[in-house]
Design a protein around this ligand. Structure first.
Ligand code: DX5
Ligand code: ZN
Length: 236
């Protein structure tokens, strides 16, 4: 048994989803290749609208530009108000997973159904101060919950440690009910804390500055996987 009370032997290997937000946008294709070489499973795309969060980043055009150059899963994190109006554009652009913030969706069930009806996976993101219990009714319908470990809006912020408690609680609910729902963690995750995040029960780990601001992004990503894999070798 691992610390979150589930059986490690049934535990899937970590999925790494490096965030392109911290990459050099002038050489986006090179960054995609580096992440492929480093063993990324997914690519995380941070979409910000200047309303839901104070920052503005990229939109469907960037998803569309990346889609033909990689087979990696495009993990699209919408930090925007009124996401329903934009979901079809992101699907047409080639997103594989669309994650919306529950704080931005008054009719979350409708939004999640909308995403799934267009044939892609649906995720729900939750900010660090939003009570986890608010997910209770939607868990059965979503493919993934994205637990924020920073307040969304910027790369390079410090990790908020309540993520550990929240991930363990959520893992417990998902496993107890036997739900088919992944847990993703996003914000402030680097080499020094990635193994702890994985051990808390997280399936998919996002890292932006921890990868792209390191001296060697390819090596860093590989080392991140090694550190997560190493947690599985210990018999408890
Ligand atoms: C924060 C974004 C994150 C962020 C991760 O609003 O959702 O994906 O870019 O970057 P780091 O790993 O630097 O916190
Ligand atoms: Zn993100």
């Amino acid at each position: 048994m691992n610390p979150h009370g589930t059986n490690d032997s049934t535990r899937a290997r970590v999925k790494l989803s490096p965030s392109l937000l911290s990459s050099n946008f002038a050489r986006l294709e090179e960054s995609v290749r580096e992440m492929e070489n480093g063993g990324a499973d997914w690519l995380h795309l941070d979409v910000m609208d200047g309303h839901f969060v104070p920052n503005i980043t990229v939109g469907p055009l960037i998803v569309e530009a990346i889609r033909p150059i990689t087979k990696l899963t495009l993990d699209t994190h919408l930090m925007i108000e009124n996401p329903d109006s934009y979901i079809p554009q992101f699907v047409n652009a080639g997103a594989d997973i669309i994650t919306v913030h529950m704080e931005a969706c008054p009719h979350l069930n409708r939004t999640v159904s909308h995403i799934k009806s267009l044939g892609v996976k649906a995720g729900v993101a939750i900010n660090p101060a939003t009570p986890l219990g608010l997910l209770e009714e939607i868990l059965v319908d979503v493919d993934m919950v994205l637990l924020m470990s920073v307040n969304p809006g910027f790369g390079g912020q410090s990790f908020i440690p309540s993520l550990f408690r929240r991930a363990k609680t959520l893992r417990g609910w998902i496993d107890r009910e036997g739900l088919d729902c992944m847990i993703e963690a996003d914000g402030g995750i680097k080499l020094d804390n990635i193994a702890n995040v994985y051990e808390a029960g997280v399936d998919v780990i996002v890292s932006g500055s921890g990868v792209f601001e390191s001296n060697d992004p390819v090596k860093t990503l590989r080392e991140m996987r090694k550190r997560c894999d190493a947690t599985q070798l210990v018999e408890v």
